[in-house]
Design a protein around this ligand. Structure first.
Ligand code: SF4
Length: 342
């Protein structure tokens, strides 16, 4: 029989497990804290646990059964991990630090592969393997904390997979991140390609993260070209869901817009986007397209075109940022996560 994985337990389950093994229940709280708050790499790190019990734990348990299979560090110190789950499948996650802030952000995957098939994305090209369990999603953060010894302060659900296509596990993962890792829900962002009925569901949850929408087009025609989801949930039904989300949560959403040269970065597109967004409480995040090896021949826009696009949106009264590119040299930037094992 395999070893018992302690990071899979809630505090209550850990207390029961400890009691079943004839130790005092307060040990569970100590171990829980070593795992979730103090980034213990091994049971030997748990110095306030008596030696005999540590030996028992070493023989019968492991802290976490998700492993780092590969680590790549970019010139800008972004770290991309390829993590391997207990069934051998892998997904990627990315740790980012922005120079001028003390925040440490983790971008997690929610599925192995993805069904959505967005044309500008490397993940979608490899098809879909399976949903990740809540524990497997949270493990990515825990592993990065153990690996670096640093506390993650922000989490973004923007890695491989469509989070709202794995709804139950993602909701549970939000709870675990909030409770076990003590990260405020205000510091968690979930990005979706626009599964409209789940956006309504999300607005009714107890813990509602900041919502980011991968819009990437100002109208149905362009969106349909690059995002197959537009066929099922068209841009107008998405707009209605976003207005409703803002009303229900009293929150602002983030609109993500990948700028692809000549396709969706023209002056007309910017004007149409202003019109589309005028009733939505939102900030806009422009993302220069990151080349993935693709047959579409998409190109990155020039800096000049990006600034022009930004200016038109700002003139409509919206707050607009151009996302800093992180880790492009290690294929860790937006849309580049492919989950390749080599
Ligand atoms: S952009 Fe997101 S939703 Fe679209 S294919 Fe890639 S991982 Fe899936």
């Amino acid at each position: 029989m395999g070893k018992t994985v302690l990071a899979k337990f809630s505090k209550e389950q850990l207390r029961d497990f400890i009691a079943q093994n004839n130790e005092q229940k307060f040990r569970a709280d100590q171990i829980f804290s070593w795992i979730w708050a103090k980034n213990a790499k091994s049971f030997d790190d748990m110095t306030d646990i008596k030696k005999e019990f540590r030996e028992f734990l070493k023989e019968n348990c492991e802290i976490i059964d998700v492993k780092i299979k590969k680590r790549q560090i970019s010139k800008d110190s972004t770290v991309k991990y390829l993590v391997q789950f207990s069934d051998g499948l892998c997904a990627e996650c990315v740790l980012m630090r922005f120079d001028n802030r003390s925040n440490l952000s983790m971008c997690v995957s929610t599925q192995v592969g993805c069904k959505m098939g967005c044309k500008f994305c490397a993940t979608g090209k490899n098809g879909f393997k399976r949903n990740l369990l809540a524990y497997e999603i949270v493990s990515q953060i825990l592993l990065a904390q153990i690996d670096t010894g640093l506390k993650i302060t922000n989490v973004v659900f923007m890695g491989q997979g469509e989070p709202l296509d794995n709804y139950e596990n993602v909701i549970q993962a939000l709870e675990l991140i909030n409770k076990n890792l003590q990260i405020s829900i205000r510091r968690i962002t979930l990005s979706t390609s626009g599964i409209v009925d789940k956006i309504y569901d999300l607005s009714k949850q107890e813990l509602v993260p900041t919502l980011a929408i991968s819009l990437h087009a100002p109208n149905h025609k362009i969106r349909e070209l690059i995002m197959p989801i537009e066929k099922k949930y068209d841009i107008l039904s998405l707009k209605k869901a976003l207005c409703d989300f803002c009303l229900a949560t009293k929150d602002r959403v983030t609109i993500e817009y990948i700028l692809i040269s000549g396709l969706n970065d023209t002056k007309e597109c910017a004007q149409e986007l202003c019109e589309f967004l005028k009733d939505i409480k939102c900030n806009i995040n422009l993302i220069p397209y990151n080349p993935v090896s693709d047959e579409n021949n998409f190109k990155k826009p020039s800096k000049y075109d990006m600034m022009k696009f930004k200016y038109i949106l700002e003139a409509s009264g919206k707050k607009v940022t151009i996302r800093l590119e992180r880790g492009a040299d290690i294929d860790a930037a937006c849309g580049q996560l492919a989950g390749k094992a080599d």
